[in-house]
Ligand binder design. Structure first.
Ligand code: GLU
Length: 417
């Protein structure tokens, strides 16, 4: 039992699912630790002329099913353990939605809000140089994550391409469309969360039209989720960011909130809302669905005991601790796991990578249809496993599928040498 951090949570989730799948002991041992993690030291010339040294990581967790795949985040809480947990979750996510990828994650310990654009570019390029020997279109393909975006991916693509001597768009996904990005990638994670939320409501027999939803986090994922759920008739009653939460029991004007954020340096602060509440209040609101879309470990045991939502849909990676999940299970609150709910991003990353390898591009409708098909199939498979095997919760059901697929790949490939 643990509330010991993302890596402990991820390992505990694996152990729990293991009881319901038949996996060889040797293979399970292999699945518990990453194949490799590189730590890089990143000196950057700051705007005032001084030199600051940052630390970055790239963790490659498992590649039995294909090239490593996963985002890069810039955040003060990044650590070697955190990227390992996130790389593990990428491995289970790509396996669950059946993409021919393994899992990886990278990050730089920094506070991007305190850096200038030039400093962020230098940091990104230096990091790319640091990890360039371990990435590549057939090896490991980075993508955006917290505080990284199309701009960051363009710098990574450019730096990698400079060393190669020719343009290599397929080394990263989430690029601007002008240099090989796909239609629909920026919105993909939020769109996936909306699709999975709709499926969940259908499964629970609740009407999404008029349902109250609270969303923690208003970054790329939270804001797109809010907009799409609003469009599908839900009442988005609360949203939040680091500056606090806005609450309106009658439903927020999501368009007006988004416009305010766009004009206000990406912050919710200063929006003229009905009520302001804390992030903790938001997590325990009496709503039909709670969607944590920010960081790990926000639904703790304490929050889980007070939580009033009818269902939790995990848009962030690892928002519910292992012990909190046990409390929610006991209280009969279903949790739709991150490895399904937020898989829309990596699905569309896969579609971008495929388009790049074919030097071809698809229309937005085609991308969105593919995204929706893959997510609904994975949702149905998760439910079938949950109902067939007498498994305690949805996450464990999802893990049994992911672990089984990854273990089978290891079984066929055997043990080198
Ligand atoms: N960072 C996203 C995630 O956590 C997307 C990863 C990708 O597209 O490779 O799933």
């Amino acid at each position: 039992m643990t509330e010991g951090g993302p890596l402990d949570n991820m390992l505990a989730q694996m152990e729990q699912a293991r009881e319901y799948v038949d996996i060889d002991d040797g293979i399970f041992e292999r699945l518990k630790s990453p194949e490799r993690t590189l730590t890089v030291s990143l000196p950057v010339r700051m705007d005032d002329g001084s030199v600051e040294v940052f630390e970055g990581y790239r963790c490659q967790f498992d590649s039995a099913r294909g090239p490593f795949k996963g985002g890069i985040r810039f955040h003060p809480t990044v650590s070697k353990e955190e990227v390992a947990a996130l790389a593990g979750w990428m491995t289970w996510k790509t396996a669950l939605v059946d993409l021919p990828f393994g899992g990886a994650k990278g990050g730089i310990v920094c506070q991007p809000k305190e850096l200038s654009e030039r400093e962020i570019e230098q940091l990104t390029r230096r990091y790319t140089e640091g990890i360039r020997r371990m990435i590549g279109p057939e090896i490991d393909i980075p993508a955006p994550d917290m505080n990284t975006d199309e701009r960051t991916m363009a710098w990574i693509m450019d730096t990698y391409s400079m060393y190669q001597g020719y343009a290599v768009p397929e080394v990263v996904t989430g690029k601007p469309p002008e240099i090989g990005g796909t239609a629909g990638r920026v919105e993909a994670t939020g769109r996936g969360v909306a699709v999975v939320t709709e499926e969940t409501f259908e499964y629970l027999g609740t009407d999404l039209d008029g349902a109250d939803v609270a969303i923690q986090g208003f970054g790329n994922v939270g804001s797109v989720t809010a907009r799409l759920l609003d469009e599908r008739g839900a009442n988005v009653v609360a949203v939040s960011d680091v500056t606090g939460a806005l609450y309106d029991p009658d439903g927020l004007d999501v368009q007006a909130v988004s416009a305010h954020v766009a004009d206000n340096g990406g912050r919710l602060e200063g929006y003229d809302a009905e009520e302001y509440v804390t992030n903790d209040d938001l997590l325990t609101l009496d709503v039909d669905a709670l969607i944590p879309a920010a960081i790990e470990d926000v639904v703790t045991v304490d929050v889980a005991e007070r939580l009033q939502a009818d269902v939790v849909v995990e848009a962030a990676n690892g928002p519910t601790t292992f012990d909190a999940a046990a409390v929610l299970r006991e209280r009969g609150v279903p949790v739709v796991p991150d490895i399904l709910a937020n898989a829309g991003g990596v699905i569309v990353s896969y579609l971008e990578w495929v388009q790049n390898s074919q030097q071809y591009s698809w229309e937005l409708e085609e991308v969105n249809r593919d995204l929706e098909d893959r997510l609904t199939s994975a949702f149905d498979e998760m439910l079938a496993a949950y109902e067939r095997k007498g498994i305690p919760d949805l996450r464990t059901a999802a893990y049994t599928i992911a672990l089984e697929r990854t273990a089978e790949a290891h079984e066929y490939r055997g043990l080198f040498p």
